[in-house]
Unconditional design. Structure first.
Ligand code: NAD
Length: 498
């Protein structure tokens, strides 16, 4: 049985709190190890390590910090397969999907390699007689990242590389469900030349998180996870005077217009609803065909594809969908399917009895497809986070847009159509942070910001892209005059620059 501890001051260390959580292999259902939960004292040691390493790191030239990012890119590339295997062993997603996750995280490291350009300030000469002004970006100090189970490598990489490149220290608190891959990342940061103590990791639960939220030396917190947790982190973190970005849950709709390429829409829905067993914050969980004709055709084509999904352990070639992350989560998702039936939705494909031969204890659920879901049902309102696609039939484009805008979440949305006018009107009218036009999962590339609207994000900054740089730096404006012989004398009124 493996035991995962913390990473403090440049070293892997065992937990000392005596509190642990179990680690499972979702493919077999077997308990494979345990993860230590950090006490307030361990959190304090991690924050202190980051705090003491940070000033010297911030003093390094921008070029030196950039070169460490180039090295980090190379080191992660070399370890991509090792990271992907660690993800699959504890999350359950297919190896191919895990490799994709590592690649998407790596893209943020590549973005951070452009540090000299990203950190460039602004300069205005002669704003007054003999006076120049420059605005510069400076690091915040110690930043914290608290991350969810569903992307144990990509989401820490949304945060740590940019925070560190900008000159900050960093403490990561990854999900307790799949802690091995984030622990590997710590070694890789060190190997890339990040100074000992600058980047740390504490594993844990709410108690650990609370210690981070209240720590006086933590300047900023990036969080990604469920909405209830995001709201708690935002409220508590800001009450302690910290800068917080807290990304929450989602319910992503995909509108299928009558003129859409239906085969393309069906392929898109299969991947976006059932890929990674629906455990993606950008998964499509609601299909919105416009008009009964499109709805009937869509269900007719989707149903056999959902029944034929290739389900199995993520390490097996050809598998399209792996197990869910834990038994507890499997039971939660299954109970939502029960609820949908009780609420009166039509369960077209029922995956509840799916059994994986040879892996009877694994956390598998077959793909589920609902038709005739209505907006008052809980299976429509709540985020289920599993391989369950709900179909809500809309009578018109306007009804589809109104439905999307009325939903409490605002992470991602997509429209499938051949009509440029409709696509443009849709992108303009929806109050959602990320919009796809014939693109089902519109996750922005690393040099654009990622973030939802409404209750999918608390705070003012999206993650990565220039938004990330802004989040991890504070702006300083320096107004300078040199004694060039101009003497204005003592000024008692507001200076008027001429
Ligand atoms: P979660 O909120 O349960 O956990 C996220 C992190 O918060 C973990 O590190 C966990 O240990 C910690 N945590 C959990 N409960 C806590 C509490 N009560 N107090 C303090 N800390 C707590 O989320 P999860 O189940 O790991 O991840 C799935 C959720 O994340 C889904 O809702 C999904 O939509 C969301 N998510 C959102 C995005 C996004 O970009 N918006 C991306 C990925 C996942």
């Amino acid at each position: 049985m493996k035991e995962v501890g913390h990473f403090i001051g440049g070293k892997a260390v065992a937990g000392t709190s005596g509190r642990f959580g179990p680690i499972f292999d979702p493919a077999t259902g077997e308990e494979t190890g345990r993860v230590a939960f950090a006490s307030a004292a361990e959190v304090d040691a991690a924050v202190r390590a980051a705090k003491s390493a940070q000033p010297a790191w911030a003093e390094q030239t921008v070029l030196r910090r950039m070169r460490v990012m180039f090295k980090l890119k190379e080191v992660i590339e070399r370890n991509a397969d090792r990271l992907a295997r660690a993800i699959t062993a504890e999350h359950g997603k297919t190896l191919e999907d895990a490799r994709g996750e590592v690649q998407r995280g790596l893209e943020v490291v590549e973005f951070a390699c452009g540090l000299p350009q990203l950190m460039k300030g602004e300069f205005s000469q002669q704003v007054g007689t003999g006076i120049d002004i420059l605005s510069v970006r400076q690091p915040l100090g110690v930043c914290v990242g608290i991350t969810p189970f569903n992307f144990p490598v990509m989401i820490p990489l949304w945060m740590a590389p940019l925070a560190v490149a900008c000159g900050n220290g960093f403490v990561l608190k990854p999900s307790e469900k799949d802690p091995t891959a984030p622990a590997i990342l710590m070694e890789l940061f060190l190997e890339a030349g990040v100074p000992e103590g600058l980047v740390n990791l504490v594993n844990g639960d709410k108690e650990t998180v609370n210690a981070l939220l209240a720590h006086p030396d933590v300047a900023a917190i990036s969080f990604v996870g469920a909405t209830a947790t995001a709201e708690y982190i935002y409220r508590t973190g800001t009450a302690h005077g910290k800068r917080v970005q807290a990304l929450g849950g989602a319910k992503n709709h995909m509108v299928v217009m009558p003129d859409a390429d239906l085969d393309m829409a069906v392929d898109a829905l299969m991947g976006a609803a059932y890929g990674s067993a629906g455990e993606r914050c950008m998964a499509v969980s609601v299909a919105v065909p416009v008009g009964d004709k499109v709805a009937d055709a869509l269900i007719e084509r989707l149903a056999p594809r959902v029944r034929q999904l290739k389900i199995g352990p993520g390490t097996e070639p050809g598998v399209e969908m792996g197990p869910l992350v834990t038994r507890e989560h499997l039971e939660k998702v299954r109970s939502y399917v029960d609820l949908g039936v009780m609420e009166g939705a039509e369960l077209v494909v029922d995956g509840r009895d799916f059994k994986m031969q040879g892996y009877e204890k694994g956390f598998y659920l077959g793909g589920c497809l609902f038709d005739r879901v209505t907006t008052d049902m809980r299976i429509y309102k709540d985020e289920i986070f599993g391989p369950v696609l709900s179909t809500v039939r809309a009578k018109s484009f306007d009804e589809a847009v109104a439905m999307i805008n009325a939903h409490e979440y605002g992470n991602g949305v997509a429209i499938f159509t051949r009509d440029g006018d409709a696509a443009r009107a849709f992108a303009n009218a929806v109050n959602i942070g990320m919009v796809g036009i014939n693109v089902p999962i519109p996750v922005p590339v690393a040099f654009h910001g990622f973030g939802g609207w409404k209750r999918s994000l608390f705070g003012d900054h999206h993650t990565h892209g220039m938004e990330g740089v802004r989040f991890y730096t504070k702006l300083k404006a320096i107004t300078a005059r040199w004694p060039t012989g101009i003497r204005a004398g003592a000024e008692f009124s507001m200076p008027q620059l001429r």
